[in-house]
Design a binder for this molecule. Structure first.
Ligand SMILES: C[S@@+](CC[C@H](N)C(=O)[O-])C[C@H]1O[C@@H](n2cnc3c(N)ncnc32)[C@H](O)[C@@H]1O
Length: 401
């Protein structure tokens, strides 16, 4: 099959022309590996759907595409089978106003009783990251969140905690480590011992307050969306109820989402081993094809006629063999009933080293984006001016304590 390739930077108003770090602060509530940039999501949402449309990402990760949808007057729906991804997606499509967060923190100040907690009962891998002083507060905050009746508020507080749980700055609760992924405990134990590092004593509620202030800086979307934690092959979504799909499925076994988030999963009460069993990952091209056929059938089912689905995939090396996931997926999409409108080839910046240098012989070198149509899709004729591109529907509320 011959497919037309377009280079992303050859598209006149491509996301490649957005400034670094483009997108509102809510996008940055928590970093997570394997995410696409907000500008890419904005590009497809604005150009391939209209105000009032329903935009779905069945593998939403940290919720970038559904958030861009809600920010632009669409109804953003995100789904991800990993609990920490679900929490982040839900926080983005159903954020609570800043004053609710402040009220919660003030309430927590009165209610919290960290001295009642025993850190000796916590797994030693978790203890490797935190001082006892900080860990007791983390446990107390976790229980207080569980008692919170407003589910969107409880979820938002969880998302804020995920955003400060580990990382390199003074508002992160752990020893200095990566913010994007949870580091291996053995490595952290060795590092702490070898360098005589003292684990920081943080005021967790104060760190939460500062984090919230930063996250709310540019406002929250005025439109509320929905979040699910289901297998993308069985979505709880009605037939022909979605106007656009923008998504990126797992790249074989290039990312180990459960392991990469093991400490965040611990905070949420899950074991990463259990979550790893749930998520899809494979080294087999045949298994990937079977998975994609089921996923694409589900996308086809929920998509309305004459609409588009945008699937962000990778061109990668798998056990030294080059695999172009778009070329592998295109014939499956046609079998399911889609027409393949084209493939956009997008180079990954060197700064995203995590994807480039996973192993000696493996890694993702390029993003390849498949544009699929169900029926006759006609574009919206919109052009993006990246100098002035900002959200259509945003609520700003000053955060006062
Ligand atoms: C490439 S990532 C998506 C990242 C997302 N585009 C972002 O910007 O954050 C693929 C996602 O698929 C999720 N996943 C893996 N298997 C799944 C399944 N069977 N159903 C739904 N989600 C799944 C993983 O948790 C991961 O977040």
């Amino acid at each position: 099959m011959r497919t037309t390739y377009i280079l992303s930077y050859r598209i006149k108003d491509s996301w490649k022309f957005a400034r670094d770090n483009w997108g509102i602060a809510l996008h940055r509530i928590c970093s997570r590996t394997g995410s696409f940039p907000p500008a890419l999501a904005h590009y497809f949402v604005v150009k391939y759907s209209r105000i009032g449309d329903v935009v779905l990402d069945p593998f939403s990760g940290k919720g970038t595409a559904p958030l861009e949808a809600c920010l632009n007057g669409r109804i953003g729906i995100g789904n991800d089978l990993s609990p920490e991804a679900y929490v982040l997606t839900r926080a983005k499509v159903r954020p609570v106003p800043p004053r609710r967060v402040i009220e919660w923190i003030e309430y927590a100040k009165r209610k919290l009783n960290p001295s009642g907690y025993k850190v000796s009962e916590v797994d030693e891998d978790v203890r490797a990251f935190f001082s006892s002083y900080t860990l007791k507060q983390i446990l107390a905050v976790r229980d207080l969140i569980e008692e919170t009746e407003d589910e969107d508020l409880a979820n938002f507080m969880k998302a804020l905690m995920l955003g400060i749980l580990h990382g390199p700055t003074k508002i992160h609760l752990s020893v200095k480590c990566s913010h994007s992924f949870s580091m291996a405990p053995e490595y952290v134990k060795r590092y702490v011992k070898k360098n005589g590092i003292e684990k920081p004593k943080r005021n967790v509620l104060e760190c939460l307050r500062i984090k919230a202030e930063r996250v709310f800086r540019d406002g929250i979307p005025a439109v509320k969306g929905r979040a699910y934690m289901e297998d993308a092959r069985k979505l709880p979504i009605d037939d022909e109820s979605v106007d656009l799909v923008v998504t990126s499925p797992p790249y074989f076994n290039m990312q180990t989402y459960a392991w990469d988030n093991w400490l965040r999963l611990w905070f949420l009460g899950y074991s990463y081993e259990e979550i790893a069993k749930r998520l899809f990952h494979t080294e087999s091209v045949d298994r990937f094809k079977e998975f994609m056929e089921e996923v694409l059938r589900e996308i086809y089912r929920v998509l309305r006629w004459n609409r588009a689905a945008i699937i962000v995939l990778g061109r990668l090396k798998l056990r030294k063999k080059l695999v172009d996931m778009a070329e592998t997926t295109a014939p499956i999409a046609e079998k399911v009933g889609f027409s393949v409108a084209g493939i956009i080839s997008d180079s990954i910046p060197k700064s995203n080293k995590y994807l480039w240098y996973l192993r000696d012989e493996d890694g993702v070198s390029k993003e390849v984006i498949l544009e699929l149509h169900k029926g006759e899709y006609r574009g919206q004729g919109v052009e993006i001016d990246w100098e002035n591109a900002r959200p259509l529907t945003v609520i700003r509320e000053v955060m006062t304590t």
